[in-house]
Design a binder for this molecule. Sequence first.
Ligand code: MRU
Length: 344
Amino acid sequence: MVNTIEWTPEGVVMIDQRVLPGEETFITCKNYEEVADAIRTMVIRGAPAIGCAAAMGVAIGALQASDENFDAEMETICSTLAGTRPTAVNLFWAIDRMQRLIAAKKAEGASLSEIREALTAEAEQVLAEDIEINKAMGRHGATLLPQGATVMTHCNAGALATGGYGTALGVIRAAVESGNPVAVLANETRPFLQGARLTVWELQQDEIPVTLLTDNMAGHVMKAGKVGAVVVGADRIAANGDVANKIGTYSVAVLAKENGVPFYVAAPISTLDLTLESGDLIPIEERAADEVTHLAGKAVAPVGTTVMNPAFDVTPNRYVTAIITEKGVARPPFVESLKALAKS
Ligand code: MRU
């Protein structure tokens, strides 16, 4: 399993997901600005991985903040990191966790060097916990997959999108580890091609059978009875169970319902945003036009083409069969089941 992100004495090391699968290049972020840039430019992506990166960004920022202006500099560090990407709530969850630690340490009368040390330890803890959470989620989710099922997934919700193991791909990994020989259908996920470039690469490393589809093939393949279940990740889940995930997820969910295929969402509790009543309130990131007009640097549309590039969509809860978390599986009505899981 690849190391998506690591805290090292030289800085925060990340595999550059923009150039996979062609190149396996690692980037070392030596300060919080470089971590923020890495999140913004998709060196690292995927909701839980962004959370881990943000926690490490706060920690590296604290090591470099001056004693004289520590509080003001930490404010700038946190707001810069929070301004990188708007949709995945894990980013804000991680920054908030680090800020709460600073406040708690201050209340205890800790020195700045003790606070810096605690922040480094906490960032490493966020990463270690994420891997354990994914394994627990995998164990819960694996029981839902029929023996030998072909499972469709969209985007990359794997080790690369998390601290390790993955959410949706964690469910698939856990099924395989438990002796269920599932196979995967990976939707390519235009425009950034997380499915083609990352999911296929990651599953091949683990020798899990995977077949690549373009996004517009999903309905045809489901109608032909070739899909036993869909499992995807999430960037933010509202209190009513509406799910924001990579653009195209909504179409897959509607097609799944139409074709009687169960549609599962695997996400940690940190992806729940119970402050939002419904998915209509989730901010959707709009990314640059050239992600749509160009493929691998080559224009695939005329110069001057008007483009829409929402990076995420929201799947209404009525299309979601169940939400798999590290604490168990939530089923409709999600308003009650998610609240109960979050409290447990
Ligand atoms: O734009 P990205 O690549 O960060 O979007 C990632 C996704 O939408 C994933 O499906 C989601 O973050 C879940 S990752 C475990």
